[in-house]
Design a protein around this ligand. Structure first.
Ligand code: ATP
Length: 419
Protein backbone atom coordinates (compact mmCIF):
# COMPACT_ATOMS: atom_id res chain seq x y z
CA UNK A 1 0.00 0.00 0.00
CA UNK A 2 1.11 3.57 -0.71
CA UNK A 3 2.21 5.42 2.46
CA UNK A 4 0.04 8.25 3.74
CA UNK A 5 2.08 11.41 3.19
CA UNK A 6 -0.40 14.26 2.79
CA UNK A 7 -3.47 15.45 4.64
CA UNK A 8 -6.36 17.86 4.21
CA UNK A 9 -8.43 19.19 7.11
CA UNK A 10 -12.03 20.39 7.04
CA UNK A 11 -13.31 22.27 10.09
CA UNK A 12 -17.08 21.90 9.95
CA UNK A 13 -19.51 24.35 11.53
CA UNK A 14 -21.41 27.45 10.50
CA UNK A 15 -20.34 29.06 13.79
CA UNK A 16 -16.73 28.90 12.56
CA UNK A 17 -17.73 31.19 9.67
CA UNK A 18 -18.84 33.94 12.07
CA UNK A 19 -16.49 36.48 13.68
CA UNK A 20 -17.10 34.81 17.08
CA UNK A 21 -15.42 31.40 16.85
CA UNK A 22 -12.12 30.33 15.37
CA UNK A 23 -10.96 26.97 14.17
CA UNK A 24 -8.19 25.80 16.48
CA UNK A 25 -8.66 22.07 15.86
CA UNK A 26 -6.74 22.27 12.59
CA UNK A 27 -3.74 23.78 14.39
CA UNK A 28 -3.70 20.92 16.86
CA UNK A 29 -4.14 18.34 14.08
CA UNK A 30 -1.40 19.92 11.96
CA UNK A 31 1.12 19.70 14.80
CA UNK A 32 0.17 16.07 15.42
CA UNK A 33 0.28 15.07 11.75
CA UNK A 34 3.63 16.79 11.17
CA UNK A 35 5.14 14.83 14.04
CA UNK A 36 4.33 11.57 12.29
CA UNK A 37 5.64 12.84 8.98
CA UNK A 38 2.35 13.80 7.31
CA UNK A 39 2.23 17.20 5.60
CA UNK A 40 -0.97 19.22 5.67
CA UNK A 41 -1.48 20.39 2.12
CA UNK A 42 -4.81 22.14 2.45
CA UNK A 43 -7.40 23.10 5.02
CA UNK A 44 -10.75 24.84 4.99
CA UNK A 45 -13.74 25.85 7.08
CA UNK A 46 -17.13 24.76 5.78
CA UNK A 47 -20.61 25.57 7.11
CA UNK A 48 -23.23 22.99 7.96
CA UNK A 49 -24.64 22.69 4.40
CA UNK A 50 -24.45 19.10 3.17
CA UNK A 51 -23.68 20.06 -0.45
CA UNK A 52 -20.79 22.30 0.63
CA UNK A 53 -19.46 19.51 2.82
CA UNK A 54 -19.66 16.93 0.07
CA UNK A 55 -17.85 19.16 -2.38
CA UNK A 56 -15.07 19.92 0.14
CA UNK A 57 -14.55 16.21 0.86
CA UNK A 58 -14.62 15.30 -2.85
CA UNK A 59 -12.11 18.02 -3.70
CA UNK A 60 -9.68 17.01 -0.94
CA UNK A 61 -9.92 13.31 -1.76
CA UNK A 62 -8.48 14.18 -5.18
CA UNK A 63 -5.55 16.01 -3.61
CA UNK A 64 -4.44 14.22 -0.43
CA UNK A 65 -4.07 10.80 1.19
CA UNK A 66 -6.10 11.48 4.33
CA UNK A 67 -8.99 13.88 4.87
CA UNK A 68 -9.77 14.77 8.48
CA UNK A 69 -13.09 16.42 9.30
CA UNK A 70 -13.82 17.95 12.70
CA UNK A 71 -17.27 18.83 14.03
CA UNK A 72 -20.83 18.27 12.89
CA UNK A 73 -21.15 14.86 14.57
CA UNK A 74 -23.75 16.01 17.08
CA UNK A 75 -27.31 14.73 17.32
CA UNK A 76 -29.13 17.71 15.76
CA UNK A 77 -30.43 18.02 12.21
CA UNK A 78 -27.66 20.47 11.23
CA UNK A 79 -24.93 17.95 12.13
CA UNK A 80 -24.37 16.42 8.70
CA UNK A 81 -20.72 15.40 8.51
CA UNK A 82 -21.51 11.67 8.72
CA UNK A 83 -24.11 11.90 5.95
CA UNK A 84 -21.85 13.96 3.68
CA UNK A 85 -18.89 11.58 4.06
CA UNK A 86 -21.10 8.53 3.47
CA UNK A 87 -22.58 10.10 0.33
CA UNK A 88 -19.18 10.96 -1.17
CA UNK A 89 -17.80 7.48 -0.47
CA UNK A 90 -21.01 5.83 -1.70
CA UNK A 91 -21.77 4.04 1.59
CA UNK A 92 -25.15 3.32 3.05
CA UNK A 93 -25.73 4.06 6.73
CA UNK A 94 -27.03 1.70 9.34
CA UNK A 95 -27.74 1.97 13.03
CA UNK A 96 -25.06 0.34 15.17
CA UNK A 97 -26.92 -1.43 18.00
CA UNK A 98 -23.86 -1.53 20.28
CA UNK A 99 -23.45 2.23 19.86
CA UNK A 100 -27.11 2.87 20.73
CA UNK A 101 -26.55 0.86 23.93
CA UNK A 102 -23.43 2.83 24.81
CA UNK A 103 -25.22 6.11 24.23
CA UNK A 104 -28.14 4.99 26.43
CA UNK A 105 -25.73 3.97 29.19
CA UNK A 106 -23.91 7.27 28.94
CA UNK A 107 -27.15 9.15 29.53
CA UNK A 108 -28.32 6.71 32.23
CA UNK A 109 -25.07 7.24 34.15
CA UNK A 110 -26.08 10.89 34.45
CA UNK A 111 -29.61 10.07 35.45
CA UNK A 112 -31.29 10.92 32.10
CA UNK A 113 -33.17 8.94 29.49
CA UNK A 114 -31.48 9.28 26.09
CA UNK A 115 -33.35 11.76 23.86
CA UNK A 116 -34.46 9.99 20.67
CA UNK A 117 -32.47 12.42 18.49
CA UNK A 118 -29.22 11.04 19.90
CA UNK A 119 -29.86 7.82 17.96
CA UNK A 120 -28.52 9.73 14.96
CA UNK A 121 -25.09 9.49 16.55
CA UNK A 122 -25.29 5.71 16.25
CA UNK A 123 -25.68 5.94 12.45
CA UNK A 124 -22.55 4.42 10.95
CA UNK A 125 -21.57 4.16 7.26
CA UNK A 126 -20.87 0.56 6.17
CA UNK A 127 -17.28 -0.68 6.67
CA UNK A 128 -16.49 2.16 9.08
CA UNK A 129 -14.34 1.76 12.16
CA UNK A 130 -16.01 3.44 15.15
CA UNK A 131 -13.65 5.54 17.29
CA UNK A 132 -14.78 5.67 20.93
CA UNK A 133 -15.33 9.08 22.50
CA UNK A 134 -14.26 9.02 26.15
CA UNK A 135 -15.36 12.62 26.76
CA UNK A 136 -18.61 13.08 24.85
CA UNK A 137 -21.44 11.38 23.03
CA UNK A 138 -20.31 11.74 19.40
CA UNK A 139 -18.21 8.75 18.27
CA UNK A 140 -15.55 9.35 15.62
CA UNK A 141 -15.34 7.35 12.40
CA UNK A 142 -12.45 5.98 10.35
CA UNK A 143 -13.31 5.21 6.73
CA UNK A 144 -10.90 3.48 4.35
CA UNK A 145 -11.48 4.41 0.74
CA UNK A 146 -9.18 2.65 -1.77
CA UNK A 147 -5.76 3.72 -0.53
CA UNK A 148 -7.10 6.87 1.07
CA UNK A 149 -8.66 7.52 4.43
CA UNK A 150 -11.42 9.80 5.70
CA UNK A 151 -11.52 10.44 9.45
CA UNK A 152 -14.45 12.11 11.23
CA UNK A 153 -13.73 13.66 14.62
CA UNK A 154 -15.94 15.57 17.08
CA UNK A 155 -15.68 19.39 17.20
CA UNK A 156 -15.02 20.12 20.87
CA UNK A 157 -11.23 20.13 21.38
CA UNK A 158 -11.53 18.28 24.68
CA UNK A 159 -13.23 15.41 22.86
CA UNK A 160 -11.19 15.52 19.66
CA UNK A 161 -7.70 15.59 21.18
CA UNK A 162 -7.94 12.48 23.36
CA UNK A 163 -9.71 10.65 20.52
CA UNK A 164 -6.97 11.54 18.06
CA UNK A 165 -4.29 10.39 20.48
CA UNK A 166 -6.02 7.15 21.44
CA UNK A 167 -7.46 6.00 18.10
CA UNK A 168 -6.12 7.96 15.13
CA UNK A 169 -2.49 8.87 15.65
CA UNK A 170 -1.27 5.27 15.89
CA UNK A 171 -3.33 4.11 12.89
CA UNK A 172 -2.02 6.93 10.74
CA UNK A 173 1.57 6.58 11.97
CA UNK A 174 1.51 2.89 11.02
CA UNK A 175 0.71 3.87 7.43
CA UNK A 176 2.68 7.10 7.25
CA UNK A 177 5.99 5.80 6.00
CA UNK A 178 9.19 6.16 7.92
CA UNK A 179 9.73 9.92 7.69
CA UNK A 180 9.08 11.93 10.84
CA UNK A 181 9.37 15.56 11.83
CA UNK A 182 11.08 16.45 15.09
CA UNK A 183 10.86 19.91 16.60
CA UNK A 184 12.36 21.85 19.51
CA UNK A 185 11.36 25.28 20.75
CA UNK A 186 13.68 27.83 22.37
CA UNK A 187 11.86 30.58 24.28
CA UNK A 188 13.43 33.97 24.86
CA UNK A 189 12.15 36.79 27.09
CA UNK A 190 12.50 40.52 26.76
CA UNK A 191 14.40 40.72 23.44
CA UNK A 192 13.17 42.22 20.19
CA UNK A 193 12.71 39.74 17.34
CA UNK A 194 15.33 41.53 15.20
CA UNK A 195 17.95 41.28 17.94
CA UNK A 196 17.28 37.56 18.38
CA UNK A 197 17.58 37.03 14.64
CA UNK A 198 20.82 38.99 14.45
CA UNK A 199 22.40 36.69 17.04
CA UNK A 200 20.76 33.47 15.85
CA UNK A 201 21.03 33.74 12.03
CA UNK A 202 24.80 33.12 11.80
CA UNK A 203 24.20 29.90 13.75
CA UNK A 204 21.05 28.59 12.10
CA UNK A 205 21.81 29.50 8.47
CA UNK A 206 24.60 26.90 8.05
CA UNK A 207 22.41 24.29 9.78
CA UNK A 208 19.98 24.40 6.87
CA UNK A 209 22.70 23.08 4.55
CA UNK A 210 23.97 20.30 6.81
CA UNK A 211 22.63 16.71 6.98
CA UNK A 212 20.13 16.35 8.51
CA UNK A 213 19.02 19.78 7.42
CA UNK A 214 17.66 21.92 10.27
CA UNK A 215 15.01 24.52 9.58
CA UNK A 216 14.53 27.49 11.91
CA UNK A 217 11.56 29.81 12.18
CA UNK A 218 11.07 32.80 14.47
CA UNK A 219 7.76 33.63 16.12
CA UNK A 220 7.26 36.75 18.21
CA UNK A 221 4.52 37.58 20.70
CA UNK A 222 4.47 40.43 23.26
CA UNK A 223 7.62 40.15 25.39
CA UNK A 224 8.58 36.76 24.01
CA UNK A 225 10.37 35.37 20.96
CA UNK A 226 10.35 31.69 20.02
CA UNK A 227 12.84 29.91 17.81
CA UNK A 228 11.39 26.72 16.35
CA UNK A 229 14.04 24.35 15.05
CA UNK A 230 12.95 21.25 13.20
CA UNK A 231 14.36 18.42 11.14
CA UNK A 232 12.82 15.70 8.98
CA UNK A 233 14.16 12.23 8.37
CA UNK A 234 13.79 8.57 9.17
CA UNK A 235 16.14 8.20 12.14
CA UNK A 236 14.57 9.79 15.21
CA UNK A 237 17.73 9.45 17.34
CA UNK A 238 19.87 11.12 14.73
CA UNK A 239 17.37 13.97 14.28
CA UNK A 240 17.07 14.49 18.04
CA UNK A 241 20.85 14.56 18.48
CA UNK A 242 21.25 17.12 15.68
CA UNK A 243 18.45 19.27 17.14
CA UNK A 244 19.98 19.07 20.62
CA UNK A 245 23.29 20.38 19.24
CA UNK A 246 21.52 23.19 17.41
CA UNK A 247 19.50 24.13 20.50
CA UNK A 248 22.62 24.22 22.64
CA UNK A 249 24.52 26.41 20.18
CA UNK A 250 21.61 28.84 19.85
CA UNK A 251 20.93 28.96 23.60
CA UNK A 252 24.60 29.61 24.34
CA UNK A 253 24.69 32.52 21.90
CA UNK A 254 21.43 34.02 23.18
CA UNK A 255 22.54 33.79 26.81
CA UNK A 256 20.50 34.59 29.90
CA UNK A 257 17.39 35.75 28.05
CA UNK A 258 16.64 32.11 27.09
CA UNK A 259 14.19 30.80 29.66
CA UNK A 260 13.32 27.41 28.21
CA UNK A 261 14.49 24.95 25.56
CA UNK A 262 11.85 22.31 26.17
CA UNK A 263 8.64 24.17 25.43
CA UNK A 264 7.89 25.22 29.02
CA UNK A 265 6.11 28.56 29.43
CA UNK A 266 7.68 31.25 31.61
CA UNK A 267 5.17 30.79 34.46
CA UNK A 268 6.16 27.14 34.64
CA UNK A 269 9.85 27.92 34.73
CA UNK A 270 9.33 30.51 37.47
CA UNK A 271 7.04 28.14 39.42
CA UNK A 272 9.57 25.33 39.26
CA UNK A 273 12.39 27.59 40.46
CA UNK A 274 10.28 28.82 43.38
CA UNK A 275 9.35 25.27 44.29
CA UNK A 276 12.95 24.02 44.10
CA UNK A 277 14.09 26.78 46.42
CA UNK A 278 11.10 26.47 48.75
CA UNK A 279 10.13 30.12 48.21
CA UNK A 280 6.72 31.77 48.04
CA UNK A 281 5.70 34.77 45.98
CA UNK A 282 2.94 37.40 46.35
CA UNK A 283 1.77 39.80 43.63
CA UNK A 284 0.76 43.45 43.59
CA UNK A 285 -0.70 44.19 40.17
CA UNK A 286 -1.97 47.48 38.87
CA UNK A 287 -2.07 47.69 35.06
CA UNK A 288 -1.93 43.90 34.61
CA UNK A 289 -5.13 43.57 36.69
CA UNK A 290 -4.47 40.02 37.90
CA UNK A 291 -3.04 38.64 34.66
CA UNK A 292 0.19 37.54 36.38
CA UNK A 293 -1.84 35.70 39.01
CA UNK A 294 -3.87 34.06 36.26
CA UNK A 295 -0.71 32.90 34.49
CA UNK A 296 0.93 31.53 37.63
CA UNK A 297 -2.23 29.69 38.65
CA UNK A 298 -2.48 28.11 35.18
CA UNK A 299 -0.03 25.54 36.54
CA UNK A 300 -1.63 22.94 38.81
CA UNK A 301 -0.05 22.87 42.25
CA UNK A 302 0.89 26.55 42.17
CA UNK A 303 -0.45 27.01 45.70
CA UNK A 304 2.91 25.57 46.81
CA UNK A 305 4.61 28.83 45.81
CA UNK A 306 1.97 31.53 45.24
CA UNK A 307 0.48 32.97 48.41
CA UNK A 308 -1.84 35.44 46.68
CA UNK A 309 -2.14 38.78 44.98
CA UNK A 310 -3.71 42.19 45.25
CA UNK A 311 -5.11 44.00 42.21
CA UNK A 312 -4.15 47.46 43.41
CA UNK A 313 -5.72 49.59 40.72
CA UNK A 314 -6.64 52.72 42.66
CA UNK A 315 -4.22 54.77 44.75
CA UNK A 316 -6.45 54.11 47.73
CA UNK A 317 -5.92 50.36 47.45
CA UNK A 318 -2.19 50.87 46.89
CA UNK A 319 -2.17 52.81 50.15
CA UNK A 320 -4.67 50.91 52.29
CA UNK A 321 -3.97 47.34 51.22
CA UNK A 322 -0.26 47.59 50.45
CA UNK A 323 0.89 50.42 52.71
CA UNK A 324 2.24 52.69 49.94
CA UNK A 325 2.71 56.15 51.55
CA UNK A 326 0.32 58.82 50.16
CA UNK A 327 3.30 61.21 49.98
CA UNK A 328 5.13 58.85 47.60
CA UNK A 329 2.01 58.49 45.47
CA UNK A 330 1.48 62.26 45.37
CA UNK A 331 5.07 63.30 44.85
CA UNK A 332 6.11 60.72 42.22
CA UNK A 333 2.81 59.48 40.80
CA UNK A 334 1.38 55.94 40.85
CA UNK A 335 3.60 54.93 37.92
CA UNK A 336 7.04 55.29 39.46
CA UNK A 337 9.77 52.97 40.64
CA UNK A 338 9.32 54.19 44.23
CA UNK A 339 5.65 53.18 44.19
CA UNK A 340 6.40 49.83 42.49
CA UNK A 341 9.02 49.16 45.10
CA UNK A 342 6.68 50.05 48.01
CA UNK A 343 3.95 47.85 46.47
CA UNK A 344 6.37 44.91 46.28
CA UNK A 345 7.53 45.39 49.87
CA UNK A 346 3.96 45.82 51.07
CA UNK A 347 2.55 42.74 49.38
CA UNK A 348 5.50 40.62 50.42
CA UNK A 349 4.97 41.51 54.04
CA UNK A 350 1.16 41.50 54.12
CA UNK A 351 0.71 38.29 52.17
CA UNK A 352 3.60 36.61 54.01
CA UNK A 353 5.75 35.68 51.06
CA UNK A 354 9.49 35.51 50.45
CA UNK A 355 9.21 37.55 47.25
CA UNK A 356 6.93 40.46 46.41
CA UNK A 357 6.43 41.28 42.71
CA UNK A 358 4.79 44.56 41.69
CA UNK A 359 3.73 46.13 38.40
CA UNK A 360 2.36 49.63 37.86
CA UNK A 361 2.09 51.24 34.46
CA UNK A 362 0.13 53.21 31.91
CA UNK A 363 -1.58 50.76 29.56
CA UNK A 364 -3.52 53.51 27.77
CA UNK A 365 -5.08 54.62 25.58
CA UNK A 366 -5.44 57.60 28.00
CA UNK A 367 -3.36 58.70 30.94
CA UNK A 368 -0.01 59.26 29.19
CA UNK A 369 2.08 62.42 29.73
CA UNK A 370 5.22 63.66 27.92
CA UNK A 371 7.44 62.28 30.74
CA UNK A 372 5.43 59.11 31.19
CA UNK A 373 3.88 58.19 27.85
CA UNK A 374 1.43 55.31 27.39
CA UNK A 375 3.48 52.11 27.64
CA UNK A 376 5.58 53.27 30.61
CA UNK A 377 5.60 50.43 33.12
CA UNK A 378 7.49 50.17 36.44
CA UNK A 379 8.34 46.82 37.99
CA UNK A 380 9.76 45.87 41.37
CA UNK A 381 10.91 42.64 42.95
CA UNK A 382 11.45 42.55 46.73
CA UNK A 383 13.21 39.41 47.91
CA UNK A 384 14.24 36.73 48.35
CA UNK A 385 16.21 37.99 51.37
CA UNK A 386 17.82 41.34 50.65
CA UNK A 387 17.48 41.05 46.87
CA UNK A 388 15.84 44.20 45.41
CA UNK A 389 15.31 45.10 41.76
CA UNK A 390 13.37 47.99 40.27
CA UNK A 391 13.09 48.81 36.56
CA UNK A 392 11.12 51.03 34.23
CA UNK A 393 10.41 49.91 30.68
CA UNK A 394 8.68 51.55 27.72
CA UNK A 395 6.78 49.45 25.28
CA UNK A 396 5.08 50.46 22.05
CA UNK A 397 1.71 48.94 21.22
CA UNK A 398 -1.89 49.05 22.30
CA UNK A 399 -3.36 48.29 25.72
CA UNK A 400 -3.56 44.57 25.13
CA UNK A 401 0.06 44.32 23.97
CA UNK A 402 1.32 46.51 26.81
CA UNK A 403 -0.41 44.35 29.40
CA UNK A 404 0.71 41.03 27.95
CA UNK A 405 4.22 42.31 27.53
CA UNK A 406 4.23 43.56 31.16
CA UNK A 407 3.30 40.08 32.40
CA UNK A 408 6.29 38.60 30.55
CA UNK A 409 8.73 41.23 31.82
CA UNK A 410 7.49 40.82 35.40
CA UNK A 411 7.78 37.04 35.38
CA UNK A 412 11.19 37.27 33.75
CA UNK A 413 12.42 39.60 36.49
CA UNK A 414 11.48 36.96 39.06
CA UNK A 415 13.20 34.26 37.00
CA UNK A 416 16.37 36.34 36.95
CA UNK A 417 16.10 37.02 40.69
CA UNK A 418 16.05 33.25 41.22
CA UNK A 419 19.07 32.40 39.07
P1 ATP B 1 -21.33 17.78 19.74
O1 ATP B 1 -21.75 16.37 19.99
O2 ATP B 1 -20.74 18.43 20.98
O3 ATP B 1 -22.37 18.63 19.07
P2 ATP B 1 -19.92 18.03 17.22
O4 ATP B 1 -18.95 17.10 16.64
O5 ATP B 1 -21.24 18.15 16.54
O6 ATP B 1 -20.08 17.62 18.73
P3 ATP B 1 -19.87 20.82 16.83
O7 ATP B 1 -21.30 20.90 17.25
O8 ATP B 1 -19.54 21.00 15.42
O9 ATP B 1 -19.28 19.44 17.32
O10 ATP B 1 -19.03 21.78 17.72
C1 ATP B 1 -19.19 21.83 19.11
C2 ATP B 1 -18.27 22.89 19.71
O11 ATP B 1 -16.92 22.50 19.54
C3 ATP B 1 -18.35 24.25 19.02
O12 ATP B 1 -19.34 25.07 19.52
C4 ATP B 1 -16.98 24.83 19.30
O13 ATP B 1 -16.96 25.43 20.56
C5 ATP B 1 -16.10 23.60 19.29
N1 ATP B 1 -15.47 23.46 17.98
C6 ATP B 1 -16.01 22.90 16.87
N2 ATP B 1 -15.16 22.93 15.85
C7 ATP B 1 -14.04 23.55 16.29
C8 ATP B 1 -12.78 23.88 15.70
N3 ATP B 1 -12.50 23.59 14.43
N4 ATP B 1 -11.87 24.49 16.46
C9 ATP B 1 -12.13 24.79 17.76
N5 ATP B 1 -13.28 24.49 18.38
C10 ATP B 1 -14.24 23.88 17.67
Amino acid sequence: MRPIASAGIVAVGTELLTPHRIDTNSLYLTAQLNEIGIDVRSKCVVGDGVADLESAIRHLLDQVDVVLLTGGLGPTADDLTREAAAAVLGRTMHEDAALVDQLRQRFAARGFAMPEINRRQAQVPEHAIVLPNAHGSAPGLWLDHDERVVVLLPGPPRELQPMFEASVRGRLAARAGARVLRRRVIKIAGQPESRVDEVAAPIYEPLLRQTPSIETTILASPGQVELHVSARGTKTDELDAALEQAVQALARALGASVFSTDGRAIERVVGERLRERGLRIALAESCTGGMIAARLTDTPGSSAYLTGGVVAYSNEVKHRQLGVAPETLNALGAVSEAVASAMAEGVRERLRADIGLAVTGIAGPDGGTPEKPVGTVCFAVAGPGTYRETVTRRVPGDRDVIRQWSVMVALDLVRRALR
